[in-house]
Write a new protein. Structure first.
Lengths: 111, 117
């Protein structure tokens, strides 16, 4: 079982719709959770971090965490073509400072 | 965030040669990491670069193949030794900021894209 799992996609949504990206993780003691956006040919860019259960909103982005279900998600409201990228879920496990990354979900926003 | 500069940004190398990648950060950070991203894949941690001590390597990565230096709090190098085509990848330097509510967040350099012929 992979430590961090994501659907590879592509996830295709029309412009203006809500894009929902999901991630599950296997280590129950994971403490910190992150979403990165990676454009083709570029390095990952941090867009959201979440540390406790519930929702965290930042502009058009909302991260949701459910530790009981070992599930973290990212919602992108009013999706724009410029949001088209690969979204990487990353998890920080207790006692370990490095992040473990999922394989990423490719999002395509259709104009 | 921090400004993280990597050199070279890309290179084409011959089989059997070695290449050293440099990572320079504009502020002092405690933790520096080296990741690899093979074509179409996600990020895999190679090692943690520790200042003042040997790097800590992940399973499947060894010091002889990927020697790492960290002479101070703002600089690290990763060498890819005796390269083969399987080493063709993007190598990414990453740093952790510890201040305030940004704890645990990693920031990445632009990456070094290596192609081994």
């Amino acid at each position: 079982q992979k430590e961090v799992e994501q659907n590879s996609g592509p996830l295709s949504v029309p412009e203006g719709a809500i894009a929902s990206l999901n991630c599950t993780y296997s280590d129950r003691v994971s403490q910190s959770f992150f979403w990165y956006r990676q454009y083709s040919g570029k390095s990952p860019e941090l867009i959201m971090s979440i540390y406790s259960n519930g929702d965290k909103e930042d502009g058009r982005f909302t991260a949701q965490l459910n530790k009981a279900s070992q599930y973290v998600s990212l919602l992108i409201r009013d999706s724009q073509p410029s949001d088209s990228a690969t979204y990487l879920c990353a998890v920080n496990n207790a006692g370990r400072r490095a992040l473990t990354f999922g394989s990423g979900t490719r999002l395509q926003v259709q104009p | 965030s921090a400004v993280i500069s990597q050199k070279p940004s890309r290179d084409i190398c011959q089989r059997g040669t070695s290449l050293t990648i440099q990572c320079q950060v504009d502020s002092q950070v405690t933790m520096m990491f080296w990741y690899r991203q093979q074509p179409g894949q996600s990020l895999t941690l190679i090692a943690t670069a520790n200042q003042g001590s040997e790097a800590t390597y992940e399973s499947g990565f060894v010091i002889d193949k990927f020697p790492i230096s960290r002479p101070n709090l703002t600089f690290s190098t990763l060498t890819v030794s005796n390269m083969s085509p399987e080493d063709s990848s993007i190598y990414l330097c990453s740093v952790e900021l510890l201040a305030g509510n940004r704890a645990g967040e990693l920031f990445f350099g632009e990456g070094s894209r290596l192609t081994v012929l």
